[in-house]
Design a protein around this ligand. Structure first.
Ligand code: SF4
Length: 194
């Protein structure tokens, strides 16, 4: 689905979804050891409560759900040649939209939401309470990403949704950016109402 308000922000956004048994998603797309290695190499590792290492057991966290709903939003800049530093500005409204919908779905269905990897939306950049050894200020809003739980998002978007991830090679935004979220649940069906 396209979001008309988004074009006013100089991009268009289109959502893609896939639903599959959670056990299949875990078996096919989770590569916990390899992905954990990427997380350990990231400057956010251990410095944000949205990032690993987590104070809970990940296997347990992912268990007990029948279905995985995966959502990817393809964000296409309205013009070529924007610097890569614009990525956060283009992604942020879509992250806000995803996280609002995901938390609403948790309230309605009792499932488990997975948000975007990287910086947290709810405190100023570089001010996560974890840096000072303090508890998260908004645990009711913060959810880990699928990536932080060991899922390979490159294969997930490419194989499940037909969206190969694109990277910046020259300091400019790629053709499009991709935002990925997930929702594990035990309902018969859950629609993404984006
Ligand atoms: S809400 Fe604040 S304290 Fe909690 S994870 Fe996000 S940045 Fe850190």
């Amino acid at each position: 689905m396209d979001h008309p308000t988004a074009s006013a922000l100089d991009y268009t956004a289109r959502d893609y979804t896939a639903s599959l048994p959670a056990a299949d998603f875990i078996a096919r797309f989770r590569d916990a050891e390899r992905i954990a290695g990427y997380c350990r190499a990231c400057p956010n590792y251990g410095r944000s409560w949205a990032c690993p290492p987590f104070g809970f057991d990940l296997e347990e966290y992912l268990s007990g759900y029948a279905t995985a709903l995966i959502v990817a939003t393809k964000i296409t800049p309205a013009r070529e040649g924007l610097p890569f530093s614009e990525a956060g500005r283009l992604i942020r409204p879509e992250r806000v939209r995803h996280e609002r919908l995901l938390l609403d779905m948790e309230r309605r269905y009792g499932g488990r939401a997975f948000a975007y990897a990287g910086t947290c939306l709810y405190c100023p950049a570089g001010e996560c309470a974890r840096i000072a050894g303090k508890p998260c200020r908004h645990p009711e809003w913060v959810r880990p990403s699928l990536e932080a739980c060991g899922f390979d998002l490159c294969r997930t978007t490419g194989e499940l949704l037909g969206i190969p991830l694109r990277w910046s090679g020259d300091g400019l935004l790629p053709e499009y950016l991709t935002l990925v979220s997930g929702f594990f649940h035990n309902e018969r069906t859950v629609e993404w109402e984006g």
